[in-house]
Design a protein around this ligand. Structure first.
Ligand SMILES: [Zn+2]
Ligand SMILES: [Zn+2]
Length: 370
């Protein structure tokens, strides 16, 4: 969880003062999980201030709460992160009101943990006293913050890329994401209708860490996916987001050229609560093509252990993370490859870029089955 640590060293003293005046009220903490609420709230209040002053990190606050109150790592991290966001948001609004500012900008975190709703809000400006503006935190584990807008037309000049930890020129979340890999490929080839023969010949593939039984289950998932695409979706794309223990899954139907799991609340929830390497994405490519640039971008998400394609002809492609998976290395390499082809992915250079990436991807702790 180290990558969700935030850096508060830039905070001004009045920010801390405002935070001190915003006591947690405990309404949002479930009685079922938190036996000793009053103590927990006191402790958390102190820890959040410590984190805001740079004396501790929110990751350490979570661990500390976990040990003191004997709750799960997930619950404690969730509480610490969500409440920090709440206190910060309140403090920011207090400062704005005290200094006569009237507008603030929603700011999400530039990494792949950020949810679709927060990503959409990133960079949007709201009147501080507008009751219809979205409430922060928007959801548990929200890491967004408000930035006060000093004058109309103002825009931040730089921000932090939380994947690379670099300070980059300001761009909003969606522009940033399209830079790292959310480009729809139009190069999928023309659609091939799924036949029963194709479904029958879907092979067993070997996922790292799976036994024969689990590999067999995945084969059945691939076959079921093609059956659904064939029967319910006119042989178009279908995505199944499933947990690697096969207990949970969320199926999303798409078009011939792609599928948007962001439109399926079940898939969004599954991804939001998933821990590292606990999810696999399996989907069909109606035109029989290999991984797209978008697929590779998704595969880099920390929650994903593997991504597979089962083509409408029953062939399976796999990208699977080894223990030695090197995110920083592959991320830098993808940027380098993209720059070689002009810096942005277009329909013209898409296949060249993907080809180059797939050629070197195994050097970064990835198993590639084709
Ligand atoms: Zn958020
Ligand atoms: Zn795909």
């Amino acid at each position: 969880m180290a990558d969700i640590d935030l850096d508060f060293s830039i905070l001004k003293p009045e920010y801390i003062d405002a935070a001190v005046n915003n006591k947690l009220d405990g309404q949002t903490f479930s009685n079922r999980i938190w036996q000793n609420k009053a103590n927990m709230i006191d402790k958390l209040q102190g820890s959040i201030l410590d984190a805001m002053q740079g004396n501790t990190t929110i990751d350490k606050v979570g661990k500390d709460i976990q040990q003191t109150f004997n709750v799960s790592a997930y619950e404690s991290q969730r509480l610490a992160t969500t409440e920090l966001t709440r206190v910060q948001a309140q403090a920011s609004q207090d400062i704005a009101t005290n200094t006569g500012l009237t507008k603030h900008m929603w700011s999400a975190t530039l990494d792949t943990h950020t949810c679709e709703e927060c990503a959409e809000l990133d960079g949007k400006i709201f009147d501080i006293d507008d009751d219809s503006s979205p409430e922060m935190p928007l959801h548990p584990l929200d890491r967004c913050c408000w930035i006060n807008v000093p004058f109309d037309g103002w825009q931040p000049s730089v921000r932090k890329d939380n994947m690379t930890k670099d300070i980059i020129d300001y761009q909003d979340y969606n522009n940033w994401l399209s830079d790292i890999g959310d480009v729809e490929s139009k190069n999928h080839g023309s659609k091939i209708d799924i036949t029963d023969i194709a479904i029958d010949k879907v092979p067993i593939v070997d996922i790292i860490g799976f036994d024969d039984n689990q590999n067999k289950l995945l084969q059945q998932k691939h076959q079921k996916l093609l059956k659904i695409a064939q029967g319910d979706n006119d042989s178009n794309e279908v995505l199944n987001v499933l947990t690697t223990d096969f207990y949970n899954e969320a199926m999303t139907l798409g078009s011939q050229n792609g599928v948007d799991p962001g439109g399926n609340p079940q898939a969004v929830a599954l991804m939001r609560t998933a821990t590292e390497n606990s999810v696999g994405w399996i989907h069909n490519h109606p035109g029989g093509s290999t991984f797209s640039y978008t697929d590779i971008g998704q595969f880099l998400k920390p929650q994903l252990k593997f991504i597979t394609i089962v083509t409408n002809q029953g062939k399976v492609f796999v990208l699977d993370k080894k223990d030695s998976f090197n995110f920083a290395g592959i991320y830098a390499k993808i940027k380098e490859i993209k720059n070689k082809y002009g810096g942005t992915v277009t329909n013209e250079n898409h296949d060249l870029i993907v080809n180059d990436i797939l050629k070197m991807i195994t050097k970064y702790g990835v198993k590639y089955i084709k």
